[in-house]
Design a protein around this ligand. Structure first.
Ligand SMILES: [Zn+2]
Length: 136
């Protein structure tokens, strides 16, 4: 494995650990069951929990986008979501894929297992995607 690949893998594992820590430490009841962690281009890691509500409360990934902006972290390079109870990495739902793609077309999304996450470009998670900006 090349040195750059090892560094990227370690950074991805750190992101998974941050999301896992948030899920295992702060998830509570049925309202907060999934954590997400994003890495900003300046290296900061921002975490958040989903806000479940039957009217369509935001997933953890969307909470992280707002939390990152509230800290001035407008440029995100990678994100991962981890469910509580040891359920591991959760791939983003369809709505989140669209939002992540629209906000950060070059974003990397971690999927797979916590031990062996796979880094995929968000565009690969949303082939033939609707590009909101093209229709305004
Ligand atoms: Zn979602």
């Amino acid at each position: 494995m090349a040195a750059v690949d090892r560094i990227e893998l370690e950074a991805d594992l750190e992101l998974v650990r941050a999301a896992t820590h948030t899920a295992e430490t702060y998830a509570r009841g049925d309202n907060h069951t999934v954590a997400a962690a994003a890495r900003a281009k300046d290296g900061r890691i921002i975490t958040g929990l989903n806000v479940y509500h039957f009217t369509g409360g935001p997933c953890a990934e969307l909470v992280v986008l707002g939390a990152a902006a509230a800290q001035g972290a407008y440029e995100l390079e990678a994100i991962v979501a981890v469910a509580d109870g040891g359920r591991g990495i959760v791939p983003p739902c369809g709505r989140c894929r669209q939002v992540l793609f629209d906000y950060f077309p070059d974003l990397t999304v971690l999927v797979g297992t916590a031990e062996e996450p796979r880094a995929l470009p968000v565009a690969e998670l949303l082939p033939e995607s609707y590009v909101w900006a093209d229709h305004q």
